[in-house]
Design a protein around this ligand. Structure first.
Ligand SMILES: Nc1ncnc2c1ncn2[C@@H]1O[C@H](COP(=O)(O)OP(=O)(O)OP(=O)(O)O)[C@@H](O)[C@H]1O
Ligand SMILES: O=C(CO)[C@H](O)[C@H](O)COP(=O)(O)O
Length: 316
């Protein structure tokens, strides 16, 4: 393993699924090896002050982006930081905490790719882009369940924040190596919100696994639940891998084998090895199920973290 930590960025709008994905990846890699930083902790103002000033948490001026940059650089060098803590229950700041980075650092938040100095510190950059109606559903569900808001308050907040989402959050998509979009299937069944499909946009900014093995000799996909294609994203050429929620175990295992071929260490985390924790999702009524799209997304990102660790070790 390299001497310096590997830094993964996960950026997206509020309730885009950053914490869910971050925790899933930490579970795959092993919590003892992962430090998680949420950049909400770097808000410049508490909730009352933001309301008084009339600024949203999405505005760059509402966050200490310079301290985020400084802390990212320290973490990348393996140095400790004294991190502020924003408390989502009180809307105020708790005493700061001392953080010593572990082998992998996951930095998740709203504005992680806003400045070049910050962008340059990540080994892997992920952007989460669910359709806006799904994000609204997720935000209303999460903020009413866990953050003490009424549904109308959440909807009003989303409406007020939209100009900042457009100006500051969504443009950061352009800096990502991987763009993750979970989306409901067309069938509109009751299960459709849980059995989501995923679209993974793979930019050629980092070397991705060779997924062409899932194509047959004529270049067709094997089965209809997993699809690989070429496209353009923000006018740049990209590969696109789509995995449906109803993909079969054997198709998923085929993808897992592709990932493990290059990084055998990943094998222990795969569903082929009977890992039932990967891709676990808790539904709105508390039921749990295993989502193959989420599992493969977690594995692909872990693949990139392990590859980055290999490259960094070689450079030593
Ligand atoms: N892949 C997913 N599949 C199903 N539901 C999801 C998924 N990702 C997120 N959710 C739902 O959306 C809610 C919000 O997700 P999460 O807390 O991860 O977002 P976030 O981007 O970290 O938000 P914030 O920046 O506001 O803290 C979760 O509580 C969960 O109900
Ligand atoms: O978009 C958010 C990221 O989670 C929060 O809304 C932001 O952190 C502001 O917090 P609060 O809702 O407690 O005022």
């Amino acid at each position: 393993m390299p001497e310096r930590p590997i830094i993964l960025g996960i950026v997206g709008d509020s309730a885009a699924g950053k914490t869910t994905l971050t925790r899933g990846i930490a579970q795959v890699v092993g919590k003892d090896d992962v430090t998680i930083i949420c950049t909400d902790d770097y808000h410049r103002y508490d909730r009352k002050q933001r309301a008084e000033i009339g600024i949203s948490a999405l505005a760059p001026d509402c966050n200490y982006l310079d301290i985020i940059e400084q802390h990212l650089q320290l973490l990348r060098q393996g140095q400790p930081i004294l991190k502020p803590i924003y408390n989502h229950s009180t809307g105020m700041f708790d005493p700061p905490e001392y953080i010593q980075p572990k082998k992998f650092v996951i930095v998740e938040g709203l504005l992680g790719y806003k400045t070049k100095r910050a962008r340059d510190t990540y080994d892997v950059k992920v952007y989460l882009a669910p359709p806006e109606d799904l994000r609204t559903k997720w935000k209303v569900g999460r903020d009413t369940r866990k953050r003490g808001y009424e549904p109308e308050q959440v909807l009003e907040q989303l409406r007020k924040r939209e100009p900042d989402s457009e100006a500051f959050i969504r443009p950061q998509r352009q800096w990502a190596d991987v763009i993750v979009t979970f989306y409901p299937p067309q069938d509109d069944s009751e299960q459709s919100d849980l059995l989501l499909n995923v679209k993974l946009v793979l930019r050629p900014t980092i070397p991705h696994p060779d997924f062409t093995h899932i194509l047959d000799d004529n270049g067709n996909d094997l089965g209809d639940a997993i699809r690989l294609g070429l496209d353009r994203d923000m006018s740049k050429p990209v590969d696109v891998l789509e995995i449906d929620g109803h993909a079969h175990e054997s198709q998923v295992q085929q993808l897992e084998r592709i990932l493990c071929k290059e990084v055998p260490h990943l094998g222990q985390f795969c569903s082929i090895e009977g890992n039932t924790n990967i891709g676990k999702i808790t539904g709105t009524t508390g039921e749990t199920l295993q989502s193959y799209p989420l599992a493969l997304t977690q594995l692909l990102i872990t693949y990139h973290m392990l590859k980055a660790a290999q490259r960094t070790a070689l450079l030593k």
